[in-house]
Design a protein around this ligand. Sequence first.
Ligand SMILES: [Zn+2]
Ligand SMILES: [Zn+2]
Length: 167
Amino acid sequence: MSEMRVSLPFEGGCQCGAIRYCVNAIPLTLYCCHCTECQAQSSSAFGMSMLVSGDSLEVDWDATKAWSRPTHSGNVIDCHFCPGCGSRLFHVDRSGDSAEIGVVSIKAGSLDDHSWLRPIGHLWTNSKQPWFEVPPEMLSSKRDPGDLEPYFSRWREVSASWFGPLA
Ligand SMILES: [Zn+2]
Ligand SMILES: [Zn+2]
């Protein structure tokens, strides 16, 4: 594979373009989720989740609409989408007491540039569609792995050389 270069910040948005966002720090990880919620939400085989720290994401939160649902692990997440076109953009775990947004999961298909998206692992492979084989070099977890640290550290190893300085 030729050397990857990603400039910060990078941008994304909803399908109609009304909601735009910008990420100004290196993401925490990128994985595919095969849980039944991600399958229902994406109307597809799996979702691609890019975790970023809340303070690295610039978006007008007043412009999105949110729907909340319980997670498999008993927390509640707010699922933010564009009210105009319905594209799902972000999941925010609201289990903490703090009003501050800790980690945001970006639906990675909403990024403008998909060419550098290389997931490092697969979650909830118990419910993956049977034709999909997890590539042997990738991490995988039958359910929620609980501790995501292996997914963070593998991402750091793989993506360390990709990101240029903040423009
Ligand atoms: Zn839209
Ligand atoms: Zn999922």
